[in-house]
Ligand binder design. Structure first.
Ligand SMILES: *Cc1c(COP(=O)(O)O)cnc(C)c1O
Length: 351
């Protein structure tokens, strides 16, 4: 089953952007600090935040498939969209630089944060360093419409542009996370373990949908992937993730009806806070806790909020005693610098 998933994925052209598979490591000081250890819960982290280019992150897996397609179609320009602090935009800029493809970013002014760090540092600074062109679109504008219009304009001058949707979450890009599912299954087989919960943030849905598509294709059923939505609300996220998982499964050659919306697609909307990109205190606490027990970095928009959900689930016994949990660290470290004021709380000690 695992090998047939590998061969289904192997039919798509990809580019090598980073070494795979990513490491899986246990975080025992964190287990101790959050009360997991006393209930026999082991926590592992899959290090999708480590990457060979662009400062790493989950979008590299999707871009391996998307830019494989761009090269096969001989595109000379890649256009993509996101928020101002988009990790996907930053990694697209880095990957295009590596491949010698022009990169144009259309970034929506969708998060009402106006400090200079947010608008000019973090991912925005890196976009500029990677040489991408960048256009900010007002929050009420349609970034995809602007991107498509720009692609048409380039086509009229004989250029070949490919437009990548937000987060790289087309069915093709989503296959990057079916590949991640395959790595997880290989790890489980080699280590005689099974992760009861595979925990992730959900923004543009491709990470969750790809994991579900890969596990379903490999014959695994039943609620192993748990996502915390950080962008749309729970119900919208649940519906869109289901559609995307089915489309990705079909692209792999599986039967889309095998994804059971009620059983396989598990989304918790309780840890997003007020809106996408707006910090929560639980996120700040989660970022600090993992940093101060393991020296590992979460990000303020996605993985920090998802990790705060995992910590709450452990504290409230929603994770059963004795379970093995795998948190997929999705990257986003440059975003920390955009949230300097929120995150720069130092620990005060009396001694
Ligand atoms: C994009 C992103 C996510 C969410 O992944 P989706 O596939 O868009 O749901 C999670 N974490 C980080 C750091 C991201 O940049």
């Amino acid at each position: 089953m695992i090998s047939s998933l590998a061969s289904a994925l192997g039919k798509f052209p990809t580019v090598a952007l980073t070494r795979l598979s990513t490491p899986i490591t246990r975080v025992e000081r964190l287990e101790q600090a959050c009360g997991a250890q006393s209930r026999g819960i082991r926590i592992f982290v899959k290090r999708d935040d480590i990457g060979d280019i662009g400062s790493g992150g989950n979008k590299l897996r999707k871009l391996a498939f998307l830019l494989g397609q761009a090269q096969a179609e001989r595109a000379d320009t890649v256009i993509t969209v996101g928020g101002i602090q988009s990790n996907h935009a930053r990694l697209t800029a880095a990957a295009c630089a590596k491949l010698g493809i022009a990169c144009e970013l259309f970034l929506s002014d969708m998060v009402p944060i106006h400090v200079a760090e947010y608008r000019e540092s973090g991912n925005v600074l890196l976009d500029r360093i990677f040489g991408a062109t960048m256009t900010v679109v007002p929050s009420d504008g349609d970034v995809m419409a602007v991107a498509n219009a720009r692609a048409a304009e380039l086509a009229s001058t004989g250029r070949r542009a490919m437009v990548i949707p937000a987060g790289g979450s087309s069915p093709r890009g989503t296959l990057g996370y079916a590949q991640c599912a395959q790595e997880i299954l290989e790890f489980e087989a080699q280590n005689a373990t099974e992760f009861r919960h595979i925990v992730i943030p959900n923004g543009s849905h491709g990470t969750q949908a790809g994991l579900i598509a890969g596990l379903t294709f490999a014959g695994q059923r039943g609620a192993r992937v748990k996502a915390y939505s950080v962008l749309a609300d729970r119900d919208v996220t649940h519906a869109r993730t289901t559609v995307l998982a089915r489309n990705a499964l079909e692209l792999l050659g599986g039967n889309p009806a095998d994804v059971d919306e009620q059983v396989d697609v598990v989304v918790d909307g309780g840890y997003r806070g007020a809106a996408y990109g707006i910090p929560t205190q639980a996120m700040v606490d989660a970022v600090h806790l993992l940093a101060r027990t393991e020296g590992m970095l979460l990000d303020p928009v996605y993985s920090g909020k998802a990790f705060s959900g995992l910590l709450a689930d452990i504290a409230s016994d929603r994770i059963p005693a004795g379970a093995d949990v795998l948190f997929v660290a999705t990257g986003g470290v440059p975003g920390l610098f955009a949230y300097r004021d929120t995150l720069a709380q130092t620990r005060v000690t009396s001694d």
